[in-house]
Design a protein around this ligand. Structure first.
Ligand code: G3D
Ligand code: MG
Length: 180
């Protein structure tokens, strides 16, 4: 039997404070590894293994708290990530409007190798999303983003757990496809 290869994928959760980034991560994996260094930065780290098309990958999830120094910390992690999950709260329109600024930063920070990204509308237990995935893709196109592929949007609820695992599996799958 051949030795099992594990592909490690670094993924960052980004989005406004209170959209549910930590709740999504905790719903997927409750255990986190947080050393002193990461704790002072307000960063949590968790991993989850996925088997995708007979490939085993370990998704490393970086969850950055919305502290005053958020931007500099987030930049550091965004610079060498393979994937980014852009989270908004479907009951809070401004959290969606702020995603374009975050996507711009991701693109500016990674001019050579852009990470794969996925938009996630969280808190669907509170209300149905106002915008569908095609509408969201159209929005980013109209905003003038130079996109390698259409924007993929998924909806989830960290509260009920609906679609949470699928979201993380989807970003792992996208990153694997980009790497291989
Ligand atoms: P953040 O890490 O993005 O800042 P948190 O967000 O995960 O800390 O969540 C912020 C608040 O939103 C929390 O409420 C949390 O329970 C709630 N929340 C997260 N996800 C969902 C969801 O899917 N549905 C609902 N209804 N609430 C959610 P509190 O009251 O603890 O601040
Ligand atoms: Mg948090």
């Amino acid at each position: 039997m051949s030795e099992t290869q594990i592909t490690r994928i670094k993924c960052v959760l980004v989005g406004d404070i209170s959209v549910g980034k930590t709740s999504l991560r905790k719903r997927l994996v409750s255990e986190t590894f947080s050393d002193n260094y990461l704790a002072t930065l307000g960063v949590d780290f968790a991993t989850k293994k996925f088997n995708i098309d007979d490939q085993i990958c370990e998704l490393q999830i970086w969850d950055i708290a919305g502290q005053p120094n958020y931007h500099s910390v987030a930049e550091r992690f965004l610079r060498n990530s393979d994937g980014a999950i852009l989270v908004y709260d479907v009951s809070n329109p401004s959290s969606f409007e702020h995603l374009k600024g975050r996507l711009s930063s991701i693109q500016e920070l990674n001019v050579d190798e852009e990470p794969v990204f996925l938009v996630v509308g969280n808190k669907i237990d509170l209300q149905d999303p106002k915008m569908g995935p095609d509408e969201i893709n159209g929005y980013f196109v109209r905003e003038g983003f130079d996109l390698k592929e259409p924007v993929q949007t998924m909806y989830a609820s960290a509260k009920t757990g609906e679609n949470v695992e699928n979201v993380f599996r989807a970003i792992a799958k996208k990153a694997l496809k980009r790497i291989s």
